[in-house]
Design a protein around this ligand. Structure first.
Ligand code: ADP
Ligand code: MG
Length: 264
């Protein structure tokens, strides 16, 4: 099972779009794919036409049950009408977790432990994160093999990226783990100076972690979300999805288990 998390503390940068589009591509490739919605707003959940306010079980239950087993976890999972793709939905109750759990120890690994229980059921898990630091973000960072950080190519992007990387460093230090990450320039519009300039700054500052291509601006993403389908299942040849397919191949090669063996 490969686990990717998609995070950035800035909102509206393309996190949910990235998670949904990559998950659609993974399912298309024949991999049993699970999208985990860790955003209390339930963006992934709502994307597929499920109202987060009207469902009674969600990721929230993972935090309430004491060491849930595979049957309890799979009872929360929902199909979304796309072959090979399921979601673990979010409800607004997730927003109360930080206050509720306080400093209770061990809560940073709830998602990690839950995913281990269903490792035979899915080949690929993609986790969509909320735009704020808290127990959900910590869970997403602890659970993943690779972190994807979408950054909108506009003037204020670099500040958000710096903040995210600072958070990542803090969590890695306090929890004693390391996460490999890739920065993905999103909503790139080569006609605008802001897109070109911010991409140059990213290349200069983060050469080792920057994906060598970009996700272009493509209005079809909004249309696909209205239709409740990943873009690959809505307009398979649109330029947005072609870019995400390239990103998917890049990340799959990057995450080859052989890489780890070779690095030993
Ligand atoms: N590459 C893109 N081109 C055009 N619009 C995009 C692109 N990526 C995302 N969007 C749109 O931008 C908005 C915010 O994206 P979203 O993925 O929800 O961001 P986040 O999850 O970071 O808040 C959505 O309306 C989405 O459809
Ligand atoms: Mg989102």
């Amino acid at each position: 099972m490969i686990i990717w998390s998609v995070a950035n503390q800035k909102g509206g940068v393309g996190k949910t779009t990235t998670a949904v589009t990559l998950a659609g591509i993974s399912a298309e490739a024949g991999r049993r794919t699970l999208l985990v919605d860790l955003d209390p707003h339930g963006s992934v959940t709502a994307y597929f036409g499920i109202d987060p306010d009207s469902i009674d079980s969600s990721v929230y239950q993972l935090f309430q049950l004491d060491d849930p087993g595979s049957r309890e976890i799979l009872a929360i999972v929902r199909p979304v009408g796309i072959d090979g793709l399921d979601i673990l939905p979010a409800t607004p109750a997730l927003a109360t977790l930080d206050r509720q759990l306080g400093n209770r120890g061990g809560m940073g690994l709830v998602v990690t432990h839950a995913l281990r229980k269903i490792t035979d059921e899915y080949d690929h898990v993609i986790i969509d994160c909320p735009p704020m630091l808290g127990v959900l973000m910590v869970n997403a960072l602890a659970a993943c093999d690779h972190l994807i950080i979408p950054v909108q190519t506009e003037f204020l992007a670099i500040k958000g990226l710096q903040r995210m990387l600072h958070t990542l460093g803090m969590i890695e230090h306090s929890r004693n783990f390391q996460v490999d990450y890739t920065v993905i320039p999103t909503m790139f519009d080569r006609r605008t100076r802001a897109s070109l300039n911010s991409l140059d700054v990213m290349k200069e500052r983060y050469p080792d972690h920057l994906w060598n291509s970009v996700i272009p601006i493509d209005t079809n993403f909004r249309e696909a979300s209205k239709a409740g389908k990943p873009l690959g299942h809505y307009l398979p040849d649109s330029r947005g999805v072609l870019a995400y397919r390239e990103l998917y191949s890049f990340l799959m090669n990057h995450n080859r288990p052989d890489d780890k063996v070779a690095a030993l």
